[in-house]
Design a binder for this molecule. Structure first.
Ligand code: RAT
Ligand code: ZN
Length: 427
């Protein structure tokens, strides 16, 4: 009798898992979206969706237009061009194209008619605030992290002016220029009133730390973040090692903030493509291993851009509890690769991971990025629970809910909120 019950409960596992995964609220831990108070910095609308840099790069594989001629076009004509080349001349099967259609479809628009003017007309009638609510509700995103750069003048102006915060939009402090472009980045700090010199002496380090303190406070940062090239090395003779060891990591530890590392991006491989021109490479994760080992009381979030780095990243996470892998980043955010990576992570480190972030740059992308990932996760969890059921371990709905909640945000929050995960008594 017990045997039969187990067979029944594992037979409808995909439906039970789907019902739970589809409804569970998400904390999206890395996006490029902004609190609506930032006005035009929060991108939305069909022209932004169609000119997303993932789509722009794909379009240039199908056009006779020169880079220069394309960039001179007004945004709506760029969007028309991408629509014609990627959606009309060919079936839109790529993940970024499909994403536009999933998004429009879930917003209630008729994609079957293939009429861009009708879509534009609908958009013109949507107040931004209502669109924000609608997108977050459809994506079931409860909170999301912005990417906040004190090196961006437009953004800096809004923070300095001050505004009433929308609690759904959480701050994160992005510091790429500080780590990767020292001493040039120093000019931003000087303009901001922090006296720094090219040489990283005591005074300069003290002022960099004040800068980090002030900005972490101002934006109420959940973590600090930097994206790194594949050849990033640590420790190293470069300024980055000194900056990490003497300013960034001590600041993170003192304030109990994780440092998020996004490893593997080669910026401007084809500069003519502008934002779409970044590439990637397989990184040397010895740098990450050295960071985790030499700063056991610091906390590192990490995502890797190369598919080839994913296994090493998981193995490192097994060795270092102060390392929390997250997200299928950028070129790895396609259903087949996200499936492979997520499955491997669950198999190697169980549920102590945040398997996805959206990286949405345009508000409505939250809808497709989360819809598509929920499909991937449903398949993987169903398979894993079915494997367990065959051993006699049948999961309850409450347990499926607990696990999904963990993957969609509480594992991340727990990692952020647990002080010094490695402060273990010596054996
Ligand atoms: O995914 C992207 O949109 C990339 O352009 C990058 O923004 C990347 O996610 C990053 O944060 O550096
Ligand atoms: Zn990003």
């Amino acid at each position: 009798m017990e045997q039969v019950d187990q067979a029944v409960s594992s037979a409808n596992l995909p439906d039970r898992v789907n019902a739970i995964v589809a409804q569970t609220a998400v904390f999206d831990i890395h996006t490029h979206l902004y609190d609506p108070a930032f006005g035009a910095l929060l991108l939305h609308g069909i022209d932004e969706l169609l000119t997303y840099h993932y789509l722009t790069a794909e379009m240039f594989r199908h056009t006779d237009l020169s880079y220069g001629a394309f960039w001179k076009l007004p945004r709506s004509e760029q969007a028309d061009h991408i629509w014609r080349r990627l959606f009309v001349d060919h079936s839109p099967v790529s993940e970024a194209c499909r994403g536009v259609l999933t998004t429009l479809n879930l917003l209630g628009l008729d994609t079957g008619k293939r009429e861009l003017p009708a879509i534009r007309k609908w958009y013109a009638e949507q107040p931004t605030e209502a669109l924000v609510d609608r997108c977050l509700n459809l994506a079931r995103v409860e909170h999301l992290c912005m990417t906040n750069s004190p090196f961006d003048l437009e953004e800096r102006r809004v923070w300095t002016r001050g505004f009433h915060r929308d609690e759904r939009f959480v701050g994160s402090l992005r510091i790429d220029p500080l780590i990767l472009e020292w001493p040039q980045a120093g000019s931003h700090l000087s303009e901001d009133g922090y006296q720094v010199g090219d040489v990283l002496d005591e005074t300069t380090i003290r002022n960099i730390r004040r800068f980090l303190e002030d900005w972490s406070d101002r934006i109420n940062a959940r973590y600090l973040m930097v994206s790194l090239p594949p050849d990033f090395a640590y420790p190293d003779q470069a300024a980055s090692t000194k900056l990490l060891d003497r300013a960034v990591i001590p600041h993170c530890q003192e304030n109990d903030l994780p440092l998020a590392l996004m490893i593997g991006v080669k910026r401007a491989v084809n500069p003519a493509l502008r934002l779409a021109g970044d590439g990637m490479g397989r990184a040397d994760l010895n740098a990450l291993e050295n960071l985790c080992a030499s700063h056991p009381q610091a906390k590192f979030l990490c995502t890797a851009l190369s598919k080839e780095n994913q296994h090493e990243l998981c193995v490192l996470a097994r060795k270092f509890p102060n390392l929390h892998p997250f997200g299928c980043w950028w070129f790895t955010n396609t259903p087949s690769t996200a499936k492979e990576i997520t499955k491997m992570r669950l198999e190697l480190i169980g549920l102590s991971v945040t398997p996805q972030h959206s990286d949405a740059r345009i508000l409505e992308q939250l809808i497709y990025k989360w819809t598509h990932f929920r499909e991937v996760l449903t398949g993987i969890l169903s398979e894993k629970y079915a494997d367990l059921a065959r051993t006699g371990w049948v999961v309850t709905d409450a347990e499926i809910q607990r696990d999904t909640t963990e993957l969609f945000g509480t594992a991340f929050e727990h990692f952020c909120d647990t002080p010094g995960p490695c402060v273990l008594p010596a054996a």
